[in-house]
Ligand binder design. Structure first.
Ligand SMILES: NC(=O)c1ccc[n+]([C@@H]2O[C@H](COP(=O)([O-])OP(=O)(O)OC[C@H]3O[C@@H](n4cnc5c(N)ncnc54)[C@H](O)[C@@H]3O)[C@@H](O)[C@H]2O)c1
Length: 333
C-alpha cells in the first residue's frame, strides 16, 4: 500500500485529508501538525511521499538528505510558494516536486471585492459605531459600488474573477495587465497603461505577483496619479505596496481607505495570536485602529474550498508521481 506522510496539517486540512482518503482506500495518509525540519524528518521513515506546507520554514540539505536516505524522492507542496525549497539539493537527491499553483481564485477575488465594497460603504466605521452603541446614521454615509469605477491590476486567475464580482455590483470595471487576456480585451475592459487605470479608478485592487519588478508598484508617485478619495485593496503581495506612502496618503486625505490582506513585513507577524502580548509592529498596530483601514492577516485564501483544493491536488500529485506519471502541478527545476 502506498504511504503518504503529510506535515504541518491544520485542523481544517485534516477534514480534507479524511475526505481524500475515503476516496482512495488503497492509499494510507498519516498526518502531523509538525512542520518538516531536520528534527522531524525521521518521522517519514517507511513512507513513499512527503507532503508539506512550510510557510517560511526552509527545506534544505539537512532535511532532504535524510528523506533520500529513507528512499523518499517525492515531495508535494500544498501551496504555491516554493521559496522555502533548496532546489540545488532537490536536484542532487533526485526529488520530484509539485505545488498547487491554482486553487479557488474565487477565495481571494471574493475577499478583495468584499473589502472594496466595505471601504466604499464605510462598513468598518459603522461596525465600530454600532459596537459602541452609537446607532446614529451620520456621518457614515457610503458610496454605492455600482457608481464607482473599479480598477483591477493583473487579470490572471484571480483578477478575472474579481472583475466578474465587481461587474455583479454594476460597477464600471477597467483593467490593466502587461499581457492582455483576449476575451477581456474583446469586451473593451483594458486601459493601455497603469497610469490610465490609476487616473480613472475610484477603487484599485492588486492581483499581480510580488516579483521584484512589481516591488512598490504603489508608491508616492503612483498615489499622486490616483483620483482623490480613491481606495486601495491589496490581497496580492505585501511588497506591492509602500505602506508608509499609503499611510501618508490616508493622513492627507488623498486616499479614503485601504484594505490590506498582505503586508510587506508580515513574516512572523501574521497567523500568530498576539492577544495579551506586546504587539510587535507599531505600524500595523496603528493601521488596525484606523476606521478606514481593514487589516486581515493574509486570509483572503483561507476558505474551506481552497483548503480542500490545496490538500486534494497535492495528494493527487503525490499519487501520480508514485505511479510514474507527471502531474500537471509538477515544479520544473
Ligand atoms: N492574499 C492571498 O491569500 C493570496 C492567495 C493566492 C495568491 N495571491 C496573490 O495573487 C496574485 C495573483 O494570482 P493569480 O493566480 O491571479 O496569478 P496569475 O499568474 O494568474 O496572474 C497574474 C497576472 O499579473 C500580470 N502582471 C504581472 N505583473 C504585472 C504588472 N506589473 N502590471 C500588470 N500586470 C502584471 C500577469 O501578466 C498575469 O496576468 C499572486 O501572484 C499572489 O501574489 C494572494
Amino acid at each position: 500500500m502506498m504511504k503518504i506522510i503529510a506535515f504541518g496539517i491544520r485542523e481544517d486540512e485534516q477534514v480534507a485529508v479524511d475526505a481524500w482518503v475515503a476516496k482512495h482506500p488503497d492509499v494510507q495518509v498519516d498526518t502531523t501538525n509538525e512542520l518538516l525540519t531536520p528534527e522531524t524528518a525521521p518521522m517519514a521513515a517507511g513512507y513513499d511521499v512527503v507532503n508539506i506546507l512550510q510557510a517560511g520554514v526552509p527545506v534544505g540539505e539537512a532535511t532532504l538528505k535524510q528523506l533520500a536516505d529513507l528512499g523518499i524522492h517525492i515531495l508535494t507542496l500544498r501551496n504555491v510558494g516554493t521559496d522555502d525549497l533548496d532546489f540545488e539539493m532537490l536536484k542532487k537527491y533526485n526529488f520530484h516536486v509539485s505545488n498547487v499553483p491554482r486553487y479557488s481564485p474565487n477565495a481571494i477575488a471574493e475577499h478583495a471585492m468584499i473589502q472594496m465594497a466595505r471601504l466604499f460603504r464605510h462598513m468598518k466605521q459603522m461596525d465600530i459605531k454600532v459596537y459602541r452603541h452609537d446607532l446614529a446614521w451620520a456621518p457614515t454615509i457610503g458610496r454605492e459600488v455600482r457608481k464607482q469605477t473599479i480598477g483591477i491590476v493583473g487579470t490572471g486567475n484571480i483578477g478575472r474573477v474579481a472583475i466578474q464580482i465587481a461587474q455583479g455590483f454594476g460597477a464600471k470595471v477597467i483593467a490593466y495587465d502587461k499581457y492582455q487576456n483576449p476575451e477581456l480585451a474583446a469586451k473593451g475592459l483594458y486601459v493601455d497603461t497603469l497610469d490610465e487605470l490609476l487616473a480613472q479608478a475610484d477603487g484599485i485592487s492588486l492581483h499581480v505577483p510580488g516579483i521584484p519588478e512589481n516591488h512598490y508598484l504603489i508608491n508616492p508617485d503612483s498615489i499622486a496619479k490616483m483620483k482623490d478619495h480613491a481606495v486601495i485593496v491589496n490581497a496580492g503581495r505585501g511588497n506591492l505596496v509602500d505602506t508608509d506612502a499609503v499611510i501618508a496618503a490616508l493622513d492627507s486625505g488623498k486616499l479614503d481607505g485601504f484594505a490590506m490582506d498582505t503586508y510587506e513585513d508580515e513574516g512572523g507577524l501574521f497567523n500568530v495570536d498576539w492577544a495579551g502580548q506586546d504587539f510587535p509592529d507599531p505600524r500595523v498596530a496603528d493601521l488596525i485602529t484606523r476606521e478606514n483601514v481593514i487589516v486581515s492577516p493574509h486570509t483572503a485564501f483561507y476558505t474551506w474550498t481552497a483548503s480542500e483544493e490545496m490538500v486534494e491536488q497535492s495528494l493527487d500529485a503525490g499519487l501520480a508521481f508514485f505511479n510514474g506519471e507527471t502531474p500537471e502541478q509538477v515544479v520544473k527545476f
